[in-house]
Write a protein that binds this ligand. Structure first.
Ligand code: URA
Length: 233
């Protein structure tokens, strides 16, 4: 629990005395009710608004899941293309969120963001072996020999060695690929190493997290339980 004026400062509305004036002026609501006492105690569970606009505590750890559409680059800024940051709702823009790993411009699907550097590192590190599952449409059809080559650990055309991965053919020109690392264009290059050019790629799962019914282009904030589960994998 924390004083409302202190919490407002942490949310970035201004100085402590400006925050007090905002509260006394009736501009601040807690859970929908106007509160005029700056000393009122609140917790992370309370919804705080200033002039009707929801505020966020910049100190809290946030993990967002985006269902990325094609056409956006995974970067915080880019001179030529729209970035995934532009898909984040306004309320999340000032929390210092950065993408966890990257999806290519044309790849769709599950992309995480966080403002917790240690958490991001844990999710990306191949040592933590967080599994990522991709759906690919591609030229050719994956064979048992291709699956075996993935399981052994592929060597890419430029001689880069990959950790063992899983290739599951779904039918002609369609497969699921599971990898624990995130090298540049990894899945496309792994498939190319076996002569299967990828024409469409979607990340469907990371750790225990799936896209669920989240529409393309939308984000949702993960619950604390989901963050712990993700790291437990
Ligand atoms: N592998 C790729 O080739 N591209 C992605 O966007 C993600 C994994």
């Amino acid at each position: 629990m924390e004083r409302l004026d202190k919490w407002l400062c942490a949310a970035g509305v201004g100085s402590r005395s400006q925050a007090r004036d905002m509260v006394r002026g009736g501009r601040v609501t807690v859970d929908g009710e106007a509160v005029r006492q700056p000393e009122r105690k609140i917790s992370g569970e309370n919804a705080v608004c200033l002039d009707g606009i929801p505020l966020q505590d910049k100190r809290r750890t946030v993990v967002l899941l985006l269902n990325k559409p094609a056409g956006y680059v995974t970067s915080t800024s880019d001179p030529n293309d729209p970035t995934v940051m532009e898909l984040l709702p306004e309320a999340y823009r000032s929390l210092g969120l950065v993408p966890v790993g990257r999806l290519d411009k044309q790849t769709e699907g599950l992309l995480l963001f966080t403002n917790d550097g240690a958490l991001a590192h844990n999710l990306i590190s191949p040592k933590k072996a967080v599994e990522k599952i991709y759906y690919a449409r591609h030229e050719g059809t994956a064979t048992a020999a291709d699956c075996e080559a993935f399981a052994q650990g592929l060597t890419l055309r430029d001689k880069t060695a990959c950790l063992p991965a899983k290739l599951e053919p779904l039918g002609a020109g369609e497969s699921l690929i599971t990898v624990c690392e995130g090298k540049y264009h990894q899945v496309r290059r792994m498939m190319a190493a076996r002569g299967m050019h990828v024409t469409y790629l979607e990340r469907r799962q990371e750790g225990g997290l799936t896209l669920g019914n989240l529409p393309r282009g939308q984000v949702r904030e993960l619950q604390e339980r989901e963050i712990l589960e993700l790291l437990a994998k």
